[in-house]
Design a protein around this ligand. Structure first.
Ligand code: SF4
Ligand code: SF4
Length: 333
C-alpha cells in the first residue's frame, strides 16, 4: 500500500529557505537567482547565526533549507549547519548541484543534516548538461553516490520544463539503485533566467498531467517518497494562498524576505532584515496580492506566468491554478 496525499498547508510549522550566498559555479538555463534583486553578498557566519535565530523565535517548529547559489561554495557551511542543529531546527537540508565544494561531506556527519538534496534535470548527460552545463550530470551522480556511501540521507530534485519533460519517464529506472530516499519533481518558474529566455520552458497542462503523476507513481514503487507540485486544482477543490495560510520564508543575502517564490523577481518582498531585525516592508508588497480573490486562483501565476491558465468559450478559466507551494506526495510503506 502506498499513501497518496495532498500536503496541506500548516501554520503550525514553517519552512525557511535560506540563500546564504548567490555565487554559483554553474549558469543553469532556468536558474531563478537574480543578483540585482537578491544581492551578491556572501553572508558571514555571524550574520547567518543571527538571521537563523530571527526565524526560530518566530516559529519554533521550522524546517531549514540551505540554498544559494551553491551553498557548498560557502566556506562556513559546515559550522552554519552545526549551529542550526544546536539551535533546534526541526529538519536541516542542504540543496546542492552536486559539486560538494570545501569537502563538505568530510566536515559534517549524517547526524548534522537530515537531507542532502541534489539537483538533476535530465536522465541523460545530453539533456541535463544542455540545461545545467557540461559535466554536471557526472558530478551530480558522483556526489549522490559519495553522500549515500557516507550514510547521508539524500534526495533528488528534477525541475520539469519543456527542455526535459521527455526524459522524466526514464527516471524511475535511473534512480532505482542510487540509494536516494526522496524524489522531488518541481515545475520550472518563469522568473530569473527563465523570464528572459526565448524558449518553451513552460509545460502545458495536458503534458504535465499525462506525465508527472504517472512517473511519480513509478518512482514511489521503487520505495522512494515522491513529492510534486499540484499546479492545477480539480473542480471543487478549495484554493488557498500559502502567503496567507502557511509560513514560508525565502531569505536572500541582501536581506529581502519573501513569502511567495513567484514574487522573487520583484521588489515586493513583505519582510526584510535590517540590522539583524526582521521587519515588515512598508511599500506596496506581496502581502497585498495574497488577499486578491480571482477566478484563476493564484494571483501571481496570473501576473507572471499566465501561460499556465486556459479559458473556456465563456471566458472563464477552465481550472484554478493552485498555489505553487501546494504539493502532492506518495509515501511508500
Ligand atoms: S540553478 Fe542552482 S546550480 Fe544552477 S546556476 Fe542557479 S544556483 Fe547555480
Ligand atoms: S504562488 Fe500564488 S497562491 Fe502561492 S503564495 Fe504566491 S501568490 Fe499565493
Amino acid at each position: 500500500m502506498m499513501q497518496r496525499r495532498t500536503v496541506a498547508f500548516s501554520k503550525d510549522s514553517s519552512n525557511l529557505f535560506f540563500h546564504i550566498l548567490t555565487k554559483c559555479n554553474l549558469r543553469c538555463k532556468h536558474c531563478y537567482i537574480n543578483r540585482d534583486e537578491h544581492g551578491r553578498e556572501t553572508l558571514d557566519i555571524g550574520t547567518i547565526k543571527a538571521w537563523l535565530a530571527l526565524f526560530l523565535d518566530r516559529a519554533p517548529d521550522t524546517n531549514l533549507i540551505f540554498l544559494g547559489g551553491e551553498p557548498t561554495l560557502h566556506p562556513d557551511l559546515a559550522p552554519a549547519v552545526r549551529a542550526a542543529r544546536q539551535m533546534g531546527f526541526s529538519s536541516i537540508t542542504i540543496d546542492t548541484n552536486g559539486y560538494l565544494f570545501h569537502d563538505i561531506l568530510e566536515k559534517i556527519t549524517p547526524e548534522d543534516v537530515d537531507f542532502i538534496s541534489f539537483s538533476l534535470d535530465g536522465a541523460t548527460p545530453a539533456t541535463n548538461d544542455a540545461i545545467r552545463g557540461k559535466g554536471c550530470y557526472d558530478a551530480c551522480i558522483a556526489g549522490v553516490k559519495r553522500a549515500v556511501a557516507k550514510g547521508f540521507s539524500t534526495s533528488m530534485i528534477y525541475t520539469v520544463s519543456g527542455a526535459n519533460i521527455h526524459e522524466l519517464h526514464l527516471m524511475p529506472a535511473m534512480v532505482k539503485d542510487l540509494g536516494i530516499d526522496r524524489f522531488f519533481i518541481q515545475v520550472v518558474g518563469i522568473r530569473g533566467e527563465s523570464a528572459g529566455a526565448n524558449n518553451d520552458l513552460q509545460v502545458t497542462r495536458e503534458r504535465w498531467l499525462e506525465t508527472v503523476p504517472l512517473v511519480a507513481e513509478q518512482i514511489a514503487e521503487t520505495g522512494i517518497t515522491v513529492t510534486w507540485p499540484k499546479v492545477f486544482l480539480n473542480p471543487g477543490e478549495v484554493f488557498e494562498c500559502a502567503g496567507i495560510v502557511a509560513d514560508n520564508y525565502f531569505v536572500f543575502p541582501n536581506g529581502r524576505v519573501y513569502r511567495c517564490p513567484l514574487c522573487e523577481d520583484y521588489p515586493v518582498h513583505g519582510l526584510e532584515i535590517r540590522d539583524n531585525q526582521l521587519i515588515p516592508t512598508t511599500t506596496l508588497n506581496e502581502t497585498a496580492f495574497f488577499k486578491l480573490t480571482i477566478p484563476e486562483g493564484c494571483v501571481m501565476n496570473k501576473l507572471v506566468q499566465p501561460g499556465n491558465i486556459t479559458y473556456g468559450p465563456d471566458g472563464r478559466p477552465e481550472q484554478k491554478i493552485a498555489c505553487c507551494m501546494l504539493k502532492q506526495e506518495i509515501v511508500p510503506d
